[in-house]
Ligand binder design. Structure first.
Ligand code: LMR
Length: 394
């Protein structure tokens, strides 16, 4: 039986992680996988998470199962962080999942349970694993143009033109903030226009939000999703705590189904619980419990917010430093978009050949589509990267 298995296509991001690890050159620079790194190249544990973990260790008395949706207090706390007061909590069904990817998968599955013929619209480009999961599930996928490779900003007219072709019953996947892989984001007026198109076509939005707090701030980054939640009859949300709580390996995510019809909530939550049961049974508890503890304690929450804000501002500074180092090295303003992008990533907008050249000649690792993880830089590596980019003729 197992002899029928074939090699699976390598995940571009994870493949790059391995190549980087295997590279013996000491000056190597990792701008690959979306993991935050501080100036020393470490991925720190947030102070508030460490404190919650200590408290949990001291007070937790059992490791017995919690429930198929996880602890409802986690659903409520994270839903509030993301959605604020945009919708009545009575309308929000949610279930904890193993990481944001688990939530993405279960949202797709929920859509397919509701409508076996669902088609899914994704931005071109999008996170490669969105496409990989959709392909694996055999869901018909359509793409809408998103990124203008000249300006490196959102190609908004093209996006709207493409989304206008969506049909009632289609699912439209949107990135809540800090678009992965481009770093180019919608402003609030543009979100409103996307909502108008969704309402006109009858398509259902699904928002993947994995970087809240990394762009313009916790509330600012959620402004788009809150507007959507207030405006549409139904919304799916896949949320991740990996990045903004720094608990990557704990796998804390949340799948939400929001409907203006509160009477439907229990059915939606029952379906999410059923999906958990079929796919992995109970979701992991440790990370979600830490998040619940941090969000529910005034001191821990304030400290977490302060640390997240420091991280955000540090990444913004790196963006500005890189844009200005490139201005100096290239004698032009053509890299100004790096300072305008938000979140962990920027798409440089160059060819896979030149990305490979950066890797081979300069030991600089970025994803083949020229996505750079800005958090992989520090003040010493910014000028090295700027020089290498200009030398490579980008
Ligand atoms: C990324 O895009 O690099 C992260 O979301 C990590 C991953 O799982 O791909």
């Amino acid at each position: 039986m197992l002899s029928h298995l074939q090699d699976q296509p390598a995940d571009k991001i994870l493949g790059l992680m391995k190549m980087y690890r295997d590279d013996p050159r000491p000056q190597k620079i990792d701008l690959g996988v979306g993991v935050y790194k501080d100036a020393e190249g470490k991925t720190p544990i947030f102070r508030a998470i460490k404190a919650a973990e200590k408290k949990l260790w001291e007070t937790e008395e059992t490791k017995a199962y919690v429930g198929l949706i996880g602890d409802p207090a986690y659903r409520d706390a994270l839903a509030k962080l993301i959605l604020g007061d945009a919708v009545d909590p009575e309308c929000i069904a949610g279930a904890a999942t193993p990481g944001g990817t688990g939530a993405v998968r279960n949202c797709f599955e929920l859509a397919r349970m509701a409508d076996p013929d669902v088609r899914v619209w994704v931005s071109d480009p999008t996170w490669p694993n969105h496409l990989s999961i959709l392909k694996f599930m055999g869901l018909p996928t359509l793409s809408y143009r998103y990124f203008d490779s000249e300006t490196r900003a959102v190609d908004f007219d093209a996006m709207i033109a493409d989304l206008s072709e969506a049909k009632s019953g289609d699912l439209v996947l949107l990135h809540g903030c800090c678009h992965n892989p481009t770093g180019a984001n919608l402003n609030l007026a543009q979100w409103q226009q996307v909502i108008d198109v969704l309402l006109k076509t009858g398509a259902t939005p699904m928002v993947d939000i994995a970087y809240q707090g990394f762009g313009d701030g916790l509330d600012e980054d959620a402004a788009g999703i809150r507007l959507v939640a207030r405006s549409v009859p139904e919304l799916l949300v896949a949320a991740s705590c990996s990045k903004n709580f720094g608990i990557y390996r704990e796998r804390a995510g949340l799948a939400m189904a929001i409907s203006q019809d509160a009477a439907r909530r229990d059915i939606h939550e029952g379906a999410l619980a059923h999906l958990n049961r079929q796919n992995f049974s109970f979701p992991p508890d440790h990370g979600t419990r830490l998040v619940t503890m941090v969000l529910g304690d005034d001191d821990l929450r304030a400290d977490w917010m302060a640390e997240l804000e420091d991280i955000r501002l540090g990444m913004l500074r790196l963006r500005e430093d890189l844009a200005s180092a490139l201005r100096e090295a290239s004698g032009s303003d053509r890299f100004g978009f790096i300072a305008d992008h938000r979140g962990m990533f920027s798409r440089l907008g160059t060819t896979p050949d030149l990305v490979e050249r950066l890797r081979e000649e300069h030991a600089i690792y970025m994803v083949g589509d020229s996505r750079m993880n800005i958090a992989g830089l520090n003040k010493h590596t910014v000028p090295i990267l700027a020089k290498a980019i200009v030398e490579a003729g980008i």
